[in-house]
Design a protein around this ligand. Structure first.
Ligand code: THU
Length: 132
């Protein structure tokens, strides 16, 4: 496993430990590495008003954006699942906002194995600034 992915995996696992998911008991961790080389991590944070929940991916990406970085080099997502955990549709859209053609998405399972895809593969017909 390459060094960058190992670092992302470590940070995403740490973030998952802080997941607040008392309603679903589904803990997720995510970590993004920006073009600036910094890693930002996040976990899902649920709410008694369920719809206010934020996914791990968006929590991590918003940290990155608030730090002034606008470009994701790679994002890794991990859950306690047998299957490789894919980002939800809303997160795909948010990932695409800050991605390039080279941005990679690593979807891990609980055994720390992963499947990797480009953002283009995950959200081929994305809504973007091109339509505005
Ligand atoms: N969740 C994420 O954090 N990321 C995903 O890509 C899928 C879903 C969270 C939201 C909610 O807290 C829990 O997982 C169950 O849907």
């Amino acid at each position: 496993m390459d060094y960058e992915i190992k670092r992302l995996l470590q940070k995403a696992k740490q973030a998952k430990e802080n997941s607040y998911a008392p309603y679903s008991n589904f803990n997720v961790g995510a970590a993004v590495i920006g073009k600036n080389g910094k890693i930002y991590s996040g976990s899902n944070v649920e709410n008694s008003s369920y719809g206010l929940t934020i996914c791990a991916e968006r929590a991590a990406i918003f940290k990155m954006v608030n730090d002034g970085e606008r470009e994701i080099s790679a994002i890794l997502i991990i859950g306690d699942t047998e299957k490789f955990l894919p980002p939800c549709g809303a997160c795909r859209q948010v990932i695409s906002e800050f991605s390039t053609n080279n941005t990679m998405v690593y979807m891990c399972n609980k055994h720390e194995k992963f499947k990797k895809m480009t953002v283009e593969e995950l959200i081929p017909l994305k809504f973007s600034i091109d339509f505005l």
